[in-house]
Design a protein around this ligand. Sequence first.
Ligand code: F3S
Length: 431
Amino acid sequence: MYEPKMELTPEQEAILQGKEGKTKAKMMECLVRYGDVFGAKRLAPLTYKTGHLVTSFGISMLTTIYPLMDELIEAGLKAEGGFTADPRPMEFENCSANPLEKLVFKKIIYGRQQEYEGMLKKVGLKSDDSFTCTCYLPEVGNAPKKGDVISWAESSAVVYANSVLGAKCNRNSGVLELFGTILGYAPEFGFLTDEGRKADYKVIVKGDHLPEAQILGSAIGMKVMEKVPYIVGLDKFLKPLPDEDTVAYLKDMGAASASNGAVGLYHVEGITPEAKEQGEKLLKDDAKEYIVDEAEIERVYKSYPIMWKKKDKAPQRAFIGCPHLTYKQLVDWTNKFEAGLKETGRKKLTCYTVLTAAPAVVKKFKATPDYARLMATGAHLASICPLMYADNPLCGAKRLITNSNKLRTYTFAKYAKDEELLNILVGKEGK
Ligand code: F3S
């Protein structure tokens, strides 16, 4: 029997002792051991019970997950507040694949997708529309409030929830976040404590223009790694929350900082809730400084390797929407594509372009005339995870281009700034 280092309540102790069944006891032991490793003093009750799962894909080779899910289902365990999950890996009608790719996707890589989705439903998946990494957007509605303790793992969602919503969540791993959601507890350490939410770095953004969110996030992530940055200099460009452009900027910056580094929480002076309340009191006494000016943004951008075999060739597929786009970003891209094509005199975009957004955002967008305008440009609209699509030898060998730093980091996709990508897609630039 495992001897916890942390203090447990009688109720938690009883679960650990198996009073509520063997499966719950094992889940509790995992959670307690995880907390003990990080010096947690106790298990904090979740104050917001809706979870978000990072493991949304039925990968055939992930053999350990299926018996685990079977055991949860047999024990009748379910997330009380339900959960949303990361995007699906494939959606052939909106993100095409050739016959060989389809075969590999359906039979080899994600051969157990349907079966796994059935399992997710039994343990609390909210609906078929719950597959997105931007679960916190208003159209999806899985948005904890400031101060809420939650149990999530998806890095882009965790950093958004902590920083922009002011919720409290560590960068948990997949499955542990599900155990926490079902049990209703999270080990109290790191971002669940006031001390853990203090900033180790003061990041000073200089310059006359708002830096590209994805490059600023990447620069910050690579500098501070898993530490907490307090960012000054953005409030002169960004409108107060919940302005939609600010939401989109912070979403994209955060995802890049969480994947090019391991940032789980950032504060933006004058914008994010804790920075608005506490200002520079959030800085630790020994906080270091990092200045990000235009030269630094350019240095970081130039450091991205181009992994294509034929570097000078045109892209074969473009992905926009990792993390998933907001409704306004969809409208903005539609406007930019239309205007760009008009300027170059082309009818369609130069390569197969997929925009990705949450199913609920896609539904809302499809109900407007903008959808037909976007389709007229030749673009496609899907709700997949481009990373799950591209992270295999067949699709990875294609020349993918993206404005997502997360996708660039984990695949062979080439990064392009928003404007560069637009110019390539509307035919203003050759390559
Ligand atoms: Fe979302 Fe997949 Fe990108 S989960 S952040 S679209 S890697």
